[in-house]
Design a protein around this ligand. Sequence first.
Ligand code: OXD
Ligand code: MN
Length: 582
Amino acid sequence: MSTSNESLQQWIDEVAALTRPDAIRWCDGSEKEYAGLIQQMLGSGELLELNRQRYPNCYLHRSDPSDVARVEHLTFVCTPEQQEAGPNNNWMHPQEARDQMRALFDGCMRGRTMYVVPYCMGPVDSPYSRCGVEITDSAYVVANMRLMTRMGKAALERIEREGGFVKGLHSIGELDPNRRFIMHFPQDLEIQSYGSGYGGNALLGKKCHALRIASYQARSEGWLAEHMLLVEIESPEGEKHYIAAAFPSACGKTNLAMLIPPAAYAGWKVRTIGDDIAWLHVDEAGQLRAINPESGYFGVVPGTSRKTNRNAYEMIQHDTIFTNVALTADQEPWWEGKGEGEPAYDWKGQPVTADRQEPAAHPNSRFTVAAKQNPAYSPLADDPAGVPLSAIIFGGRRREVAPLVYEAFDWNHGVLVGAGVASETTAAATGKVGVVRRDPMAMKPFCGYNFADYWGHWLSFPARARKLPKIFHVNWFRQDRDGNFLWPGFGDNLRVLRWIIDRCEGRVAARETAIGYLPAPADLDTSGLDIDATTLEALLSVDKAAWRKEISAIGEYFQEYGDRLPELLAAELERVASGLQD
Ligand code: OXD
Ligand code: MN
């Protein structure tokens, strides 16, 4: 196979000359091709077949034990000026990065097949979608890309029609952490990734393209690429709302996107449009609309059970690739929090002992599954026009300070609320877990340019749009002194979404505080919940002293951005700080 797109053909020829694969294979995205790749990987031992009766077409991949998460310290944004990448990114000069990567890629595909994977992020017929081509030497990556993106023939046709595409070159190399780099060249719409097979480092359509490169591209084209789930909520009366929500990795985006209404909410319907990434565009009528660029989920497995996320639990019973979960004695996948079965082998394939200290499944073990398997899948995920947003929610994992929910005064204040997001770190990235760090808009690991310019871009939207969504902040993770969660979370989060929707519709009043609008306890529906008045008060109050500290910590963080910090954002911070003085 070849292509009529000259720049694509030339790039493939150059990469092949550099990496020297034994064979080049164009991927068409067909069922047959996927089945063939699976057979090949079963033969090579890259995949193990799971219990065929109970988990049909499900496979386990055990990664190299040193390759289980995103590697933020090895991820770079390569722009001519360091200031363009900003203090939020590791930076390398593009020429230095290219030289370094060239040496790594030199001859790295000898004895391997080079796969050419054209893909489209977003519905193939949507003006909001963008295409890319990933060249990789990993069959596991190709199979995952087929589940996660619209991959193959239709994407290539669009590339040939349109011309432009993002170039992504990937090799698993030697899987050596000392020879591992994820480089982004936003000005050239290009990615080079070497030495890792882990999703966020290797499925280049996801974090590398749909967030880092796309955020950069979005700035120059007037849209936003965000780390957000997209959910559709329908009331019993048939009123529909679409909400986008940004939470840091492993903070429950997938759970919220697939929420099952609690018993008291019979008649409410919640459908998933996306669970990780949203691209936001202003339409011709001035309305902010969103698409999910992905077509599958790469979700955290531990904690997924019939009780916590029945939709996810059901969708991963068949046609799923599991990575780094444990195994039961009869070849079923197992993980902490599954709520059934017993592990016999841990994620490394070692027999499990009764006195084990470590979890049997890796805390960042993952499922890869096509979105259409989700019982709550919304067909709107395929709508080229996307969905109009009613609300944008930011949130983090905070033991204290942040109340259950509050609403920003207006868009500009909402940008401050997003820029001030902080969260405890999780296993989705290598490094210490449970430390609070600033994670503006949940984009700390994913914004492809200087955060100060990114906030400036957010602040440009009132001038671009006629109708913007309201902005809120939530925190499902408040704890008491003994470490008990104050809010039940999961399905009951719909109660909070209902207040948010009522605010969007102007149906409910709110208490004005220095940090934004909060619900009066009586306005948050807690009927049928075992939650006392003191706990509710704690969830819905603003501790001024704690907030003064929080605002000064945000101010200190902003100082890292020096003169580039937008004045409007500094003014918003000042407004909140002065409200907290009295
Ligand atoms: C993810 C992440 O995999 O955010 O979605 O790490
Ligand atoms: Mn994510």
